[in-house]
Design a binder for this molecule. Structure first.
Ligand SMILES: [Zn+2]
Length: 336
């Protein structure tokens, strides 16, 4: 499916285009890089990429230019275009030999995965080993290769105010927090969680929304959509699970709309006495979703607890993923 090669390359370019947004599945909009778009109104964006059969096309309603995606890419970045041509060639040669039914899955380029995002804070990577926040992160057994996804704010309120958000939050002064930024697949900061470093704090976690209507999902920037995606409750928990996301607010079902066509497995906390969680698990099963049902010999209530107690969580997830009738039966046993 060559259209997915086009989508991949469009995504690779996305953070170079001003006001880049995806309007719907195969429609993107941004300021036209060819004519520069309206000079009077910097908020105007009249460049569109849309799909026609198996290809993407570019059209600008300001200068009127219309190009195949290939020619558009060539205009914007000659070197990237050369790579693109090679990739389409390889796809065309190999892609049809074992052609099955088209499954609309593709790997979102994870161009931000290895890169630290600049959110105006120091990442845990950059802190001294004896720093309060780094000690806290270590105490939760988070691996050093994940430190780059976590940050520290000496004054959380100050940092939130610097983002100039439309929502206001009741925050207190001089409240140092571990900051867990939610970054989308284009590298945009969409939300953030602040974890208190003060044991006496009443609010352990504070979640702020940076982009209205964006999903409150952590881990979109490092996700491979072609593999099994584990959906868990806590961002820190997700750092221990391969290819996972965390949904703030524990309604894991909200991820379904944003992760269409992904092979999702829902992983709730291990809380058999929590009626709300059981209800959500039942709902997922009834919707035909895959779900992890913790075996009864695991006494720890969340993934981080399991890791801290030396449990091989990935193995448990793989061995205890169920759906449909089997899931219903396991859930009955889980509840007792
Ligand atoms: Zn134009």
């Amino acid at each position: 499916m060559s259209v997915f090669v086009d989508v991949k390359y469009l995504n690779m370019l996305s953070n170079r285009f001003l006001l880049f947004t995806q309007k719907k599945e195969f429609l993107w909009n941004f300021r036209c890089p060819i004519c520069g778009d309206s000079q009077k109104k910097l908020t105007k964006a009249r460049g569109y990429v849309h799909r026609k059969q198996n290809d993407l096309f570019y059209k600008c309603h300001n200068c009127g230019i219309g190009l195949t995606f290939s020619n558009f890419l060539k205009t914007v970045d000659v070197n990237l275009h050369a790579e693109y041509v090679m990739e389409r060639y390889r796809n065309g040669e190999n892609g049809h030999s074992n052609y099955k039914k088209p499954i609309f899955k593709f790997k979102t380029p994870v161009f931000n995965a290895q890169k630290k995002i600049n959110i105006g804070l120091s990442s845990i990577d950059d802190l001294d080993d004896d720093h309060l926040c780094k000690i806290y992160v270590k105490s939760r057994s988070i691996k050093p290769n994940k430190y780059k996804y976590l940050y520290f704010a000496q004054d959380f309120k100050d940092w939130v105010e610097s983002l100039n958000l439309s929502n206001s939050y009741e925050l207190i002064n001089n409240d140092p927090r571990l900051v867990i930024p939610f970054i989308d697949e284009h590298g945009n900061l969409i939300a953030a969680q602040g974890r208190s470093l003060d044991k006496k704090s009443k609010l352990r976690y504070i979640t702020i929304k940076v982009i209205e209507n964006a999903p409150k999902i952590f881990g979109l920037n490092t996700l491979d959509r072609s593999k099994i995606v584990y959906v868990v409750e806590g961002p820190i928990d997700s750092l221990f699970i391969d290819n996972s996301v965390a949904v703030a607010g524990s309604d894991l079902s909200t991820s379904i709309n944003f992760l269409k066509n992904c092979d999702l497995v829902f992983v709730y906390d291990n809380e058999k006495r929590n009626k709300e969680i059981i209800k959500k698990m039942e709902k997922n099963i009834n919707q035909g979703q895959k779900i992890v049902i913790w075996p009864n010999n695991v006494p720890y209530k969340d993934i981080n607890d399991m890791v801290l107690n030396g449990v091989d969580v990935m193995k448990i997830l793989k061995d205890n993923t169920f759906s449909n009738l089997e899931a219903k039966m396991k859930l009955v046993m889980f509840k007792v």
